[in-house]
Design a protein around this ligand. Structure first.
Ligand code: ADP
Length: 514
């Protein structure tokens, strides 16, 4: 063996012993911690035996090491999913519904265990992690019910002796690529839907948060999800592009379901196009939060706190631009500032009373502070926060409120994905609409008004997939979640979410008179 390889080998084997010790210790604390990938109903290593570390963003400690799989591992998992599809597609909707229901029951029972894992790797406060589990579980429950309502149609035929049948058939293998901000719910939202439709999948969770995915499939395993129906391939950031390529281009794949940045979404869409694969893309947003003079300002401020600071601003539907009418601007800003300073408590997610955790990683921290610095350099004024809370660590950014923001600043154009609220004065409905729509994104928008006509006009003219009127939270399993423009293609949740994973088949029954 070459000396360099030998050294790497020895280091690696040494690391493995250490990491096993660490893993055993962590398992005492995190009951659903799994440190292997999941393929064909088994816990497996990467073929290369390589691993990568998953860090706790609150203190940079290593939570666990998981397999760093490559394109060969991904191919193997896709083959497994393809084999499993041959039987899963023929299960009855009732059977699939029952299995999903069992998975839901187990996830609900394990809420605390799942939440601990989510907090350990994503940094979000434990209470929010439990909220994510409840939200994620609601998709399993919803799709357990929906599985039995994916109906076909019989259409009156133009011919007397023939009948036209339209049936909904599962697409096949779905590649699921998920982000770190809702590491559990983004999985159940996709996998619940595709399983209900009769598809199988390979999940590639974010390199920042693979442990929530592994915890979720541990419970799927316990729930009796047949082997090969759900597989998880863990991979480092370095391997993500090559694994992603296989997950889009492999012959077994019929659909790519992705939630993440618009930049990566465009890459995957391009790869999927080569094989005419179905895509379900949930990409970035740049949500306007619009307050008109007739609004109840106290209520609008309450909702602004939820729309902005949930998950520390790291949500694609998070309010990104506060467009406040000049008549109520000062009142709104004064109350918003007071509320931020009272309610936003920064710290590690495991600490009692903390409402805002760390940012997920150094790149994200750099991006958020860079956007604030750019805005300030161009004339924005900081009313609250505006810097790192260095005493807590290197990823804790203070909850920030900026005014005097204009459309030339980067922070107006880009999705902040952090705890920074920017308030901009507007004078009319037309101006608000123009500013709100002046973005390539079109995911969620929030409007506060008591004028019914204005609510309808705004909802009609906002170029966004989702519009909340007088509310700062709109996600649930029942409505259709998704965006227009560069925010994505397809819908998640609702019955539409399951139908996305089916093809319509037309069968002509002829000769019925013979
Ligand atoms: P974020 O900025 O929210 O991390 P990304 O779009 O970078 O969003 O990441 C979302 C998911 O996409 C993660 O699972 C990540 O590993 C994956 N990813 C990143 N780059 C690629 C790529 N080139 N091909 C496939 N997946 C990728």
């Amino acid at each position: 063996m070459h000396i360099l390889y030998l050294r790497t080998y020895l280091l690696r084997s040494g690391n493995l012993v250490e990491s096993q010790k660490m893993y055993i210790n962590q398992c005492r604390r995190l009951h659903l911690l799994r440190n292997q990938a999941y393929v064909n109903g088994e816990w497996v290593k990467a073929k290369s035996n390589l691993v990568f570390a998953v860090h706790n963003p609150a203190d940079d400690s290593v939570v666990a090491e998981v397999p760093d799989m490559d394109s060969k591992d991904a191919q193997n998992a896709l083959l497994t999913a393809s084999n499993a599809f041959q039987t899963w597609k023929d299960t009855t909707a009732k059977e699939r519904s029952r299995i999903l229901r069992r998975w839901f029951d187990l996830c609900e029972k394990n809420t605390d265990n799942l939440a601990e894992v989510i907090t350990a790797e994503s940094g979000k406060p434990l209470a929010e992690a439990k909220g994510e589990v409840a939200y994620g579980n609601s998709f399993l429950e919803w799709f357990a019910d929906s599985a039995r309502h994916i109906n076909g149609e019989i259409i009156p035929s133009p011919w007397p002796n023939k009948q036209i049948l339209l049936t909904r058939n599962p697409l096949g293998v779905v590649s699921v690529i998920t982000p770190w901000n809702f590491p559990f719910a983004m999985i159940t939202r996709k996998v619940g839907a595709l399983m209900a439709a009769g598809c199988t999948c390979v999940i590639k969770p974010s390199e920042d948060t693979p442990l929530s995915a592994l915890a979720a499939v541990e419970l799927a395993h316990q729930a009796g999800v047949p082997k090969g129906v759900v597989n998880v391939v863990t991979t480092s950031r370095k391997n993500a592009p090559t694994v992603g390529k296989v997950m889009c281009e492999d012959e077994y794949v019929r659909c790519i379901s992705f939630t993440g940045s618009t930049t990566v979404g465009k890459i995957l869409y391009g790869l999927a196009a080569k094989g005419i694969k179905r895509v379900a893309l949930e990409l970035g947003g740049n949500a306007p939060f619009i307050v008109f003079p007739s609004a109840d300002i106290d209520h609008a401020v309450d909702q602004a706190m939820l729309a902005k600071f949930r998950n520390n601003g790291q949500a694609c539907i998070g309010a990104n631009r506060f467009l406040i009418h000049e008549i109520v601007f000062d009142d709104f800003v004064k109350k918003f500032k007071a509320r931020i300073e009272k309610k936003c408590v920064l710290g590690p997610g495991t600490k009692e009373g903390v409402t805002c955790g760390p940012l997920i990683n150094n790149e994200q921290a750099k991006k958020v502070s860079g956007l604030v610095d750019d805005a300030v350099a161009k004339g924005a004024k900081v009313l609250s926060g505006g810097k790192f809370a260095k005493n807590l660590g290197n990823k804790f950014y203070e909850s920030t409120l900026l005014v005097d923001v204009n459309q030339d600043m980067q922070i107006f154009k880009e999705e902040v994905f952090g705890p920074v609220a920017t308030c901009i004065k507007m004078k009319s409905e037309e101006e608000a609409l123009k500013m709100a729509n002046s973005t390539r994104s079109g995911l969620a928008a929030y409007i506060f008004t008591k004028d019914l006509g204005q609510a309808f006009r705004m909802s009609k003219n906002l170029e966004f997939g989702m519009v909340a009127i007088n509310d700062g939270i709109l996600s649930a399993a029942e409505p259709a979640f998704g965006g227009v423009k560069e925010s994505g293609i397809g819908r998640e949740g609702s019955l539409h979410g399951a139908v996305e994973y089916t093809d319509l088949k037309y069968t002509l029954m002829s000769g019925l008179d013979k």
